[in-house]
Design a protein around this ligand. Structure first.
Ligand code: KG4
Ligand code: ZN
Length: 369
């Protein structure tokens, strides 16, 4: 199929039944899924973590990630099709993460998807990784547009009104680190390993959040922006002090993990409460609050959000933890929604290392500077 033909799927396909292969390679998980718009929606959802390959470096090494995706992707696609009990001939389209992310990895996934589409004469859909997270809650339940989304991952921390496929209005973002980054850097400071979120959550189970007071940047202030760098600096100061006193023992680590988790989550809840007020003023009939992205797997945050939703009288929708962290089912699902809205791409699509969900918010922040 030539590029012009591949790009010619501009009509809406609201009613057709779809079975789509999804590919996610934007960070350190190689993930492949087969998803349908008919129940059961998720036919296969495989995630191959590269944790062991990156662990010695305490973070993701882009070059290692890209090579690992290349090594594993073919085999994982074959395994996903087998798990779903289908072949390439049964697919209606292929969706791959087109950005944002580590560009080497994104290129591996996009090229693989394009090759399948070219060989099999299938439509290709480039999915914004953030849109994958944003629509993941619609994959598992009946969730109408518009909804308020807290999108919290390793690289992003945003509050958005999701008005429809491809229609996002950003209410706030982080002015420095993302929430997941704060978990990851905190875990590194405490020597708890990588990835930090699950490690902090585990250590926090036996800790007391009140022993070490940590700040809650932005809490109580108007607006929906986040900031976490002051919190990280405060944690670093406490860790250095304890180290100098030879007092950074297991107990102190657990207490600091609990304090950090509580501080991050308090910040997230405070800003989400402000965003809820903006959302409801704009959409008086709407009532759904959604959280997505890796940090939304955090059990304490999930409890906090359910308290916030109950107090505000709105409905909370949380994807299961395995669909909060990176996966390809969310990419395939976003591909289905995009295809049905007539938004397929040409084989000339160029991977995008940066790809904001709400491009207008970039212009707004640039003019504000
Ligand atoms: O969405 P994701 O898998 O990848 C990105 O798109 O970034 O998010 C990864 C982030 C990491 O920072 C990780 O530490 C964090 O999500 N995370 C968690 C938990 N599980 C993953 N943070 C807090 N609690 C968790 N249970
Ligand atoms: Zn992600």
């Amino acid at each position: 199929m030539d590029a012009a033909k591949a790009g010619g799927y501009g009509r809406r396909h609201a009613d057709i039944r779809m079975l789509i292969l999804g590919i996610e390679t934007s960070c350190d998980e190689t993930a492949v899924a087969v998803v349908s718009d008919e129940e059961p929606r998720i036919r296969a959802n495989l995630v191959l973590s590269q944790l062991e390959e990156h662990r010695p470096y305490g973070g993701v090494v882009p070059e290692i990630a890209a090579r690992a995706h290349l090594d594993h992707l073919d085999g994982l696609i074959a395994a996903a099709l087998e798990r779903a009990g289908v072949g390439f001939g049964d697919l209606s389209a292929v969706a791959a993460t087109g950005g944002p992310g580590l560009i080497g990895g994104v290129m591996v996934g996009v090229m693989e998807a394009k090759a399948i589409c070219f060989a099999r004469d299938l439509p290709f859909i480039a999915v914004n990784h953030l849109e994958g997270h944003a629509l993941s809650a619609r994959l598992v339940g009946d969730l109408p547009y518009p909804f308020l989304l807290l999108l919290v991952s390793g690289g992003h921390c945003q509050l958005l009104i999701v008005e429809g496929v491809g229609r996002y209005s950003r209410l706030g973002t982080t002015v420095d680190d993302a929430a997941g980054e704060c978990f990851d850097k905190g875990a590194k400071l405490l020597g708890l390993g990588y990835p930090g979120g699950p490690a902090i959550a585990r250590a926090a189970e036996t800790g007391s959040a009140s022993r070490f007071p940590l700040p809650r940047p932005m809490q109580g202030r108007a607006g929906c922006d986040f900031s976490f760098s002051g919190l990280k600096t405060a944690l670093a100061g406490t860790v250095a002090k304890l180290e100098s006193e030879s007092a950074l023992d297991q107990r102190a680590r657990a207490d600091l993990a609990a304090a950090l988790q509580a501080a991050i989550n308090d910040c997230l809840l405070d800003r989400t409460a402000n965003a809820l007020a903006v959302f409801r003023a704009k959409h008086p009939g709407a009532r759904h609050l959604v959280a997505a992205g890796g940090v939304a797997a955090n059990a304490e945050l999930r409890r906090g959000l359910s308290g916030l939703a109950a107090k505000a009288g709105c409905d909370l929708v949380l994807p299961p933890p395995a669909l909060c962290t990176d996966n390809a089912a969310m990419i395939a699902w976003a591909g289905i929604e995009r295809f049905k809205a007539g938004l397929a791409d040409g084989l000339d699509f160029a991977p995008r290392p940066r790809w904001p969900l709400d491009p207008a918010s970039l212009e707004r922040s640039q003019t504000q500077r």
